[in-house]
Every structure is written in structure tokens, then in C-alpha cells.
Design a protein around this ligand. Structure first.
Ligand SMILES: Nc1ncnc2c1ncn2[C@@H]1O[C@H](COP(=O)(O)OP(=O)(O)OP(=O)(O)O)[C@@H](O)[C@H]1O
Ligand SMILES: [Mg+2]
Length: 208
């Protein structure tokens, strides 16, 4: 079943936040597992900090990562991979060659957008082996009430990877929920707007 990789070449773009939260959103439709392919282990930490009601298990990466993902694919409807913040990492390289969807969170700042040149190359290379790979940039941490500036729109349009129409806004509840070992889907009213935008993103890029 589909493997969804959260990749990028920039630390702190939101890979783990989106992996864990979209994992919870997907788990409401079908069984979902997360593989923490980042040696930093952030998703594993989040999972260890969560309570028993959690529905999205997080597995630390095993040495035979691709075999591990193949095994999980047989058991779960969706397998999410949270990758390290480098396209040169062997984990990112391996996962891009077998993923169905690669989501690349980017912050709407010029410095972050310049860094996407490496991800463009990595995706182009992966597509030679995995032509079905569907890669999408996701604008994350857009300031709450602002819209994308013309400058950022132009910079995004130059990147050879399509951009999701749905943007993820900067919201305190993403941090607050992580601190509590939760996701925005189990934060009640406080998480409702965030859950709504992630549901919309899931519908746009994973479950049309
Ligand atoms: N939409 C958002 N709104 C508010 N805070 C966010 C949002 N997305 C991410 N963050 C915060 O930004 C920080 C970095 O996010 P995260 O750890 O998910 O990035 P990452 O790409 O996984 O980083 P790394 O490359 O180090 O693995 C975290 O403190 C997280 O809580
Ligand atoms: Mg991370």
C-alpha cells in the first residue's frame, strides 16, 4: 500500500510535524504506520511521549530499512517515512526510490526555497528508477493570517516540483500537541483548524 515519504534538505522545515500529524489523519481512514528513518529519532521520541490511545505506531528504522518498509506495507494501508534533513542521506536516497508520494515541506522564506535545488535533483534522479514517484512541495509554517507574497509565489513557480494548493499555517497547536505526545487531531477545538487543513492536504495529495 502507499508509502509516503517526508523529505527535504533543510532542517526544521516540518517533516516530523507533518509526518506524525498526517499519520494521525490517515489513521482515521485506514491502518497507518510511521517509520522514523531519521537518526535524530524525533518521531520515535514523540511516540514514546504519547499515551496508549495513539493509533499511529512509530517504528525506529532497522538496518535493512527497505525490507522493513516492505514488511510494513503488507500490514498497513499507509506507511509514512520520516526522513533525515538531507537528500544525500542513504535513508532518503533509498526511500525515494520506492515511495509512492514524496512530500517536501518548505517554509515560505527565500533561504528555504533556495535550498530546494538539491531536492529537485534528488527527485529527478529517484524518478529514473521510480518513475511513478509523485513529489509535491508543501508550504509549511505560513504566518497565521498572511497570504503567500508575490515573491514567494514566483520562487515556488521556478521549482521543478509541483506545489500543493493547500498550505499549512504556523499554529501554536502543532508545538503544543507535540509537547503533550498528541497530534492536532486529538486536541479538540484547539486543534480543529489545523486538523482541517491537514485533512484537506491529505485529500489533495494522498487520498484524492
Ligand atoms: N505548521 C507549524 N506551525 C507551528 N510550528 C511548526 C509547524 N511545523 C513545524 N513546526 C515547529 O517547527 C519545528 C521544526 O519542525 P520539525 O521538527 O517537524 O521539522 P523537521 O523538518 O522534522 O526537522 P529536522 O530536519 O530537524 O528533522 C518544531 O519545533 C515544530 O514544532
Ligand atoms: Mg524531523
Amino acid at each position: 500500500m502507499p508509502v509516503i515519504a517526508f523529505v527535504g534538505n533543510k532542517g526544521g522545515a516540518g517533516k516530523t510535524t507533518l509526518a506524525v500529524n498526517m499519520g494521525a489523519g490517515l489513521a482515521r481512514h485506514a491502518e497507518t504506520a510511521i517509520v522514523d528513518a531519521d537518526p535524530q529519532g524525533s518521531s520515535v521520541h514523540w511516540y514514546a511521549n504519547s499515551d496508549e490511545v495513539r493509533v499511529t505506531p512509530v517504528f525506529p528504522a532497522e538496518s535493512e530499512l527497505l525490507d522493513q518498509i516492505r514488511d510494513l506495507k503488507a500490514k498497513f494501508a499507509y506507511v509514512i517515512a520520516d526522513c533525515p534533513p538531507s537528500v544525500h542521506a542513504p535513508q532518503t536516497d533509498a526511500i525515494l526510490k520506492m515511495a509512492d508520494v514524496a512530500l517536501v515541506p518548505v517554509q515560505p522564506s527565500p533561504v528555504d526555497l533556495w535550498a530546494t535545488v538539491h531536492i529537485e535533483q534528488a527527485i529527478a534522479e529517484a524518478k529514473q528508477i521510480n518513475p511513478a514517484l509523485h513529489a509535491v512541495l508543501v508550504v509549511n509554517q505560513l504566518e497565521s493570517r498572511s497570504t503567500l507574497s508575490q515573491l514567494i509565489r514566483e520562487a515556488l513557480a521556478e521549482i521543478a516540483v509541483p506545489v500543493a494548493n493547500t498550505v499549512v499555517r504556523k499554529r501554536a497547536v502543532y508545538k503544543a500537541s507535540a509537547l503533550e505526545g498528541r497530534t492536532v487531531f486529538d486536541m479538540g477545538k484547539r486543534g480543529a483548524d489545523a486538523a482541517k487543513e491537514l485533512d484537506q492536504l491529505i485529500k489533495e495529495v494522498i487520498r484524492p
